[in-house]
Design a protein around this ligand. Structure first.
Ligand code: NAP
Length: 258
């Protein structure tokens, strides 16, 4: 599939991977609707608007505010008169040990990593159905493969998003809507700045964005990268659980046993 000239709504476009995606798509002559909580004030997105006049719309959107979303969806849909591709890239991450759990952080990760996509798809579905074609691309995470110590608040809603995508794909395809997921590993953004361990296969946000743009042009349901981390997590997922849990027990920080 060629993406040149397509209209793409990137939700989560002001930082990290989403910002690189917005710029890469503009370079490919796409029209971009860029959203985040402060998209209209984002200096980087405003710069893109100056460099690509008439090609990018900035629309503020907080996916945690469900009742505020219907008018946002209307605005995003009507700006370029329809949307070819909806790209859900919102995510939030807070590693937590059971000794420092915060319920608000669990709730926020549920909103960003799962429910936000549900809210948006609920509003977008009738529009895509009427349009008769389209593509949805959800940025999930390799973390959805297996719950790792301290990361469950992030990976559990990502696993839910992945499961939802599998469940929706067949029906959506009957309506000529192709749903794809990206499961990638560590990317150098403000999210991974919270990690205090060596990150296997850490890549730049631009590298990740380039691979996501490539995935947009292929018909594969799931795109996974990088290979090394993907293989490790796929193995953990497929091994007998007692074996996988034996390995993840080894990942606990030493201080937890003191
Ligand atoms: N970085 C990694 O290693 C990694 C690995 C696997 C998967 N991913 C996934 O890749 C995606 C992008 O991650 P990233 O690392 O680029 O993160 P990031 O730099 O924090 O960017 C996240 C984007 O989402 C927006 N956002 C956050 N909360 C929002 C909300 N409530 N409503 C609307 N927009 C919101 C942010 O803008 P505002 O804060 O301005 O709203 C920002 O534009 C996420 O889905 C993440 O889970 C990342």
């Amino acid at each position: 599939m060629h993406i040149n000239g397509k209209t793409i709504w990137v939700v989560g476009a002001s930082q990290g991977i989403g910002l690189c995606l917005a710029e890469s798509l503009l370079k490919r002559q796409c029209r971009v609707v860029a959203s985040s909580r402060n998209a209209e004030q984002s200096p980087e997105l405003i710069q893109l608007k100056l460099r690509y006049p008439g090609k990018i719309a900035l629309i503020d959107c907080d996916i945690g505010e469900r009742d505020s979303l219907p008018p946002v969806i209307e605005q995003a849909w009507s700006f370029f008169n329809g949307i070819d591709i909806w790209l859900y890239n919102v995510g939030s991450y807070q590693p937590m040990s059971i000794s420092d759990w915060e319920i608000e952080k669990f709730e926020q990760m549920n909103q960003s990593n799962y429910l936000g996509a549900v809210y948006l798809m609920y509003g977008l579905w009738p529009k895509f159905e009427q349009q008769g074609f389209g593509e949805w691309l959800w940025n999930v995470s390799l973390a959805s493969d297996f719950g790792l110590p301290y990361g469950g608040g992030y990976s559990a809603p990502k696993a839910a998003l992945m499961n939802l995508a599998e469940s929706l794909h067949p029906e959506l395809l009957e309506h000529n809507i192709r749903l794809k997921v990206i499961n990638h590993g560590f990317v150098k953004t403000r999210l991974t700045a919270k990690n205090d361990f060596p990150m296997l296969g850490l890549m730049s946000a631009q590298d990740a964005a380039d691979r996501i743009v490539k995935a947009l042009q292929q018909n594969r349901f799931e795109t996974r990268f990088p290979l090394n981390l993907s293989a490790v997590l796929a193995t953990l997922k497929r091994l007998p659980k007692s074996w996988s849990l034996f390995f993840t027990q080894k990942m606990l920080r030493k201080t937890n046993h003191d």
